[in-house]
Structure formats: structure tokens, C-alpha cells
Unconditional design. Structure first.
Length: 122
């Protein structure tokens, strides 16, 4: 006879949905999706770089004996430009794109430093 606790080791519908979504999204998480196609420009090769991520979520309606209740799930994939690799005879370097938040933080820090220096001088 099978114990009651062993039936809870089987995946629920929510777990099935997450596994299925995870497998599908993992197929899209390849280097070619993060690094774009190389671009030749004069004596340099430029390789675009993107940040890539995904999230998953699912819920199950619960168990009633051997039956698993209704459930749902979903996921999302996102990618955004992060910078580029520049390859030349001089070497390879990574150039990151600035985000609006980084620019705003730098501007605020500069203003604060200028304000403090002005107060110290007076």
C-alpha cells in the first residue's frame, strides 16, 4: 500500500506548467540572443550585447484525493541593449551603455558635490 505522503512527491499542475515554460524559455536563452551578429566596420569588429532575463509564475488550485485542481501559469522574457564589444588590433574592450538612472545619479552626485564645495569655501 502506498503511503499518503508519497503522492505529494508527484509534480502538481503548477509545477508541470513551470517546468514546461522553463524548458521553452531556456531554448531562447542562447548566446546568439544575448550577443548580436558581429558587425565589421573598418578595422574593427563590433558585437552588440544585451541583458537577457525571464521570470515564471504558476499556481495550482490544490489537491482533492488523486485529482489536482485547476491552475494557471505564465512567464515573460525580456532583453535590452547593454553595450558592445569592440575588437581591434589594439585589443578588445567592452563599452557599456549608460541607463537614464545612472545619468541621473551622476548628475545628482555632481550637484551635491558642487554644493558642498561651495559651502566649504564660503
Amino acid at each position: 500500500m502506498e503511503s499518503d505522503s508519497s503522492k505529494f512527491l508527484e509534480p502538481t499542475r503548477a509545477e508541470d506548467v513551470l517546468l514546461s515554460l522553463g524548458e521553452r524559455l531556456a531554448l531562447t536563452a542562447s548566446a546568439s540572443n544575448v550577443y548580436g551578429n558581429p558587425i565589421q566596420a573598418y578595422d574593427r569588429t563590433i558585437i552588440p550585447v544585451a541583458k537577457f532575463g525571464y521570470g515564471l509564475g504558476a499556481t495550482s488550485g490544490g489537491r482533492d484525493g488523486e485529482n489536482v485542481g485547476g491552475g494557471s501559469g505564465g512567464g515573460g522574457v525580456g532583453a535590452k541593449p547593454a553595450g558592445y564589444l569592440e575588437i581591434s588590433e589594439a585589443g578588445t574592450r567592452y563599452v557599456a551603455f549608460s541607463t537614464p538612472r545612472q545619468v541621473l545619479l551622476a548628475a545628482v552626485a555632481g550637484l551635491a558635490a558642487g554644493y558642498l564645495l561651495a559651502r566649504l569655501r564660503s
